[in-house]
Design a protein. Structure first.
Length: 126
């Protein structure tokens, strides 16, 4: 069975580690949002960021390849959602584009990694 190739725990998995780092950065970034956004953008940013790593961990723990693929796809969708929230935050002048650029590049790297994992699992399944 493919257990994400050579890792014994999701904690060792590089894409999970990268996604946790993104969550920490998003938490710090969202601390400066107005209190009026506590149940809006602040919550959505943090939930999307945490969903990326949580679904990677869940995928890692799944036995069947199709289940694994599904959770990696959900994780990828959350990464795109996070990017959308960051764009919105920039558009309404909560964040500067400079502040978001590196974070956005890091999210793109996670998406790229997830795409490779999904493709590998798909090829392994056929």
């Amino acid at each position: 069975m493919v257990n994400e190739f050579k890792y014994r725990s999701f904690r060792e998995f590089p894409v999970w580690k990268e996604s946790i780092n993104i969550s920490k950065k998003v938490f710090e970034l969202s601390k400066d949002l107005p209190r009026s956004e506590d149940y809006g953008l602040t919550s959505q940013l943090r939930r999307a960021a945490n969903s990326v790593s949580a679904n990677i961990a869940e995928a890692f723990g799944r036995e069947h390849l199709k289940e694994k693929q599904n959770f990696y796809r959900i994780s990828r969708g959350s990464a795109y959602e996070l990017q959308s929230h960051l764009i919105y935050g920039t558009e309404v002048k909560y964040f500067s584009r400079d502040k978001i650029n590196i974070l956005d590049e890091n999210i793109d790297e996670i998406i790229h990694s997830l795409n490779k994992i999904i493709k590998t699992l798909k090829n392994y399944n056929t």
